[in-house]
Design a binder for this molecule. Structure first.
Ligand SMILES: [Zn+2]
Ligand SMILES: [Zn+2]
Length: 362
């Protein structure tokens, strides 16, 4: 890492002279001294300090004279502008609050356009326009609200006064019979009477068959020399320290390599499969009853000696008319039995479905 001292530049706020050398403590036009409002920046052309002069800089930031606010070299014991002693100074170039803010803004601007000589106007341009941000926020909020309104319109429950159109019910009983059926399995359950066996594939196992030579592309990071960088730091005394340093650079190299890939095959595993007769309860028939009134009943049935009843099912529905719209509702028996054709009811509809009748959840 090599270091060199570069002379910075400053602008005189009082007479408008620009690009005054950082080592020139007083404006050559109006004589005003560098003061706490002065910002040093780098020029397009770097002016490097000779070795003997360079040795005197970068030793510490200029101190601010508390009486006349001018900047003084760190080694000066008295203000070169008014003669006040350094001991009474409470701040230097860097811990001056306004100064720090300005240098930060300049740094942000210079890192962005990677140029040197960044001024205050550049930094101001980078700040986002608060009006544009507000406008964008309003548009996003508007879109979200519109979407929300659509969802509400569909799902928001609405109440209607309607009339029960028809009531309907259906009941069903499965009749099961004890019968001999044929089954097959890898073992015989109790009561099974084997009438045939067969040697069959039970499952497959993956077996290593052979290796195949394949190729693939692999990448590697290879050292490719040094990359040189330069950075500048404000010394706060009208100069900047230029540091050059290097970082290693790498390039990606590709090459083909061969490798052995295992290839598997599926081998079947055989086992004895049993074919047998066995007695099971099987559904023989369904007895059903249904009607469009309020008097449901179970279907009548007769059982043979080898029969029993199995699954029993029931369903109760009604239609509700609201003007020319029809809604279908399924209810448990205890609630359904209270509704009759022609009854006035209040229904709550959400997303096209009836969710409540007379205020009670369906
Ligand atoms: Zn001036
Ligand atoms: Zn002074």
């Amino acid at each position: 890492m090599a270091k060199r001292i570069v002379e910075g530049l400053w602008d005189c706020k009082y007479c408008g002279t620009k690009g005054i050398g950082g080592l020139t403590k007083h404006c050559p036009c109006c004589g005003h001294p560098q003061d706490e409002g002065t910002t040093f920046y780098l020029g397009q052309k770097k002016k490097y300090l000779e070795a003997d002069l360079a040795a005197q800089y970068g030793q510490g930031a200029d101190w601010v004279c508390p009486y006349c606010n001018s900047l003084n070299r760190v080694r000066f014991k008295f203000c070169s502008n008014c003669g006040a002693p350094k001991d009474s100074s409470e701040g230097d170039y860097f811990n001056n609050e306004t100064k720090r803010r300005e240098s930060e803004a300049a740094k942000a601007a210079s890192s962005e356009n990677s140029g040197t000589g960044a001024g205050k106007s550049d930094a101001a341009k980078k700040a986002p326009d608060p009006a544009a941000v507000k406008k964008r926020r309003f548009i996003i909020l508007g879109v979200i609200l519109a979407l929300f309104a659509v969802i509400l319109a569909v799902f928001w429950p609405r109440n209607y006064n309607g009339e029960v159109g028809t009531v309907a019910w259906a009941r069903e009983i499965d009749i099961e019979a004890w019968r001999t059926v044929q089954e097959s399995d890898w073992s015989v359950p109790d009561g099974g009477r084997v009438y045939d066996t067969n040697w069959e594939i039970h499952h497959y196992v993956q077996v290593l068959d052979h290796y195949e030579t394949r190729t693939r592309q692999v990448s590697e990071q290879v050292y490719d020399g040094e990359e040189y960088h330069t950075r500048y730091s404000d010394n706060g005394d009208g100069t900047f320290t230029e540091e050059t340093y290097s970082t290693p650079r790498y390039r990606t190299e590709y090459h083909t390599e061969t490798y052995e890939e295992p290839v598997y095959r599926s081998d079947p595993v055989y086992q004895t499969k049993y074919y047998y007769d066995i007695e099971r309860w099987v559904v023989d028939r369904e007895e059903e009853s249904s009607g469009a009134d309020n008097e449901p009943y179970w279907p009548e049935y007769t059982l043979a000696e080898n029969e029993r009843t199995g699954f029993q099912g029931e369903a109760y529905t009604m239609s509700v008319h609201v003007k020319d719209k029809r809604y279908s509702v399924s209810l448990p028996y205890d609630r359904w039995k209270n509704f009759h054709a022609g009854d006035k009811v209040e229904i709550t509809v959400s997303a096209g479905k009836v969710t409540k009748i007379n205020g009670e959840e369906v």
